[in-house]
Design a protein around this ligand. Structure first.
Ligand code: 13P
Ligand code: SF4
Length: 342
């Protein structure tokens, strides 16, 4: 154990149950060893919201996750990030004013018969946009369930900000691609005619995760050529052509479960964030043969280091505190609360 690790362990002992450290699966193993909970976005939202006794929450992940913890916190709790610059480029691809413009664009065609569904990988302002319109948040674990909830109520869906998760979840529900339209916030009218809007049950926002969009059909063909016995599995933030060529797709937790349940001796090529792929390869070494479909890393997730974690635990800098304004938090909480009940 090095001096930084020892210092973190000592501070965690001093704080005891008054400190809670959640860490996303995409964090480095050097961070996960200090975490009180590891999980995907959905699990961490649930676990963190249940920590009523913790005074300080130090979120090892990216900003939208820490914001979600702040929105769900109880009075007396405060939320920090080891590196406040750890953002999510996809979350930044939808702003409140763009979402409002989109709602105006939908209004004459969809009338009032639609609900927004926002991926938790979004800003607090976008969650507030969703909350005040009666919509729900979702993660990659429950997107299909949340979409079904809206469609079963007879309404259409505006999903933002990830085009690919939206398209893949719609396909999983059995919807033909012809009933899914892509809204481009950078184009006049979102790049959609009234006819295209009228024919769509789901409109997905033209945003993407660069880590998962990096996976291509060529990567899948290459993996199959090099490892003919391998199963190829990907996260649904990957483009639809890739997802449809694979043997399985699922959220971070679903991919982990797939690997855990794979029979001994299996070979698996995995298309998700590379820290997780490498950790799975280490954990199952000797039992399974695991390869990255392509080594794609999230630089924002990698900003959290043992050194930045220690610095926040030692000095609690105000600049590392994540605070969503009470007004935004009240509206954003509505869509998160809805997701947690679905
Ligand atoms: P999940 O944790 O919901 O699988 O999302 C993946 C992701 O990109 C997190 O940043
Ligand atoms: Fe954002 Fe993708 Fe990084 Fe997740 S992996 S934080 S969605 S850029």
């Amino acid at each position: 154990m090095n001096t930084v690790e020892r210092a973190i362990d000592r501070l965690r002992q001093e704080w005891g149950a008054r400190l809670f450290i959640p860490a996303h699966y995409y964090q480095d193993s050097a961070i996960l060893r200090h975490a009180d909970a590891t999980g995907d976005s959905l699990e961490l939202s649930r676990r963190t919201a249940a920590q009523r006794g913790a005074e300080k929450i130090v979120f090892c992940g990216v900003r939208f996750m820490a914001e979600t913890a702040d929105i769900l916190k109880v009075p007396g709790q405060s939320v920090y990030m080891p590196d406040p610059a750890a953002g999510c480029p996809m979350a930044d691809m939808a702003t409140d004013s763009q979402a409002e413009a989109c709602a105006k664009r939908l209004a004459p065609v969809w009338k009032g018969d639609w609900l927004p569904v926002v991926y938790v990988n979004s800003s607090a302002a976008i969650k507030a946009f969703c909350g005040r319109r009666g919509g729900s948040a979702c993660t990659s674990s429950n997107a299909v369930r949340v979409f079904k909830w809206v469609l079963d109520s007879g309404k259409r869906i505006l999903f933002l900000p990830d085009e690919h998760l939206g398209v893949n979840a719609a396909h999983d529900l059995g919807l033909p691609d012809s009933q899914v339209a892509v809204y481009d916030p950078l184009k006049p009218e979102g790049g959609l005619t009234d006819k295209a809007l009228a024919g769509a049950k789901i409109v997905v926002w033209k945003g993407y995760c660069h880590v998962h969009r990096a996976f291509t059909a060529e990567h899948v063909l290459h993996a199959r050529a090099r490892h003919p016995a391998a199963r190829v599995i990907v996260h649904p933030e990957a483009p639809k052509d890739v997802v449809r060529m694979c043997d399985f797709h699922g959220s971070t937790t679903q991919l982990i479960d797939y690997v855990r349940q794979a029979p001994d001796g299996s070979e698996i090529a995995i298309g998700t964030e590379n820290h997780l792929v490498q950790r799975l390869a280490e954990e199952h070494a000797g039992r399974l043969s695991i390869h990255p479909l392509f080594p794609s890393t999230c630089p924002d997730m990698a900003r959290t280091t043992p050194e930045t974690l220690l610095a926040v635990l030692e000095t609690w800098p105000a600049a590392n505190r994540v605070q969503v304004s009470p007004e935004l938090a009240a509206e954003a909480r509505l869509c998160l609360a809805r997701m947690l009940t679905l």
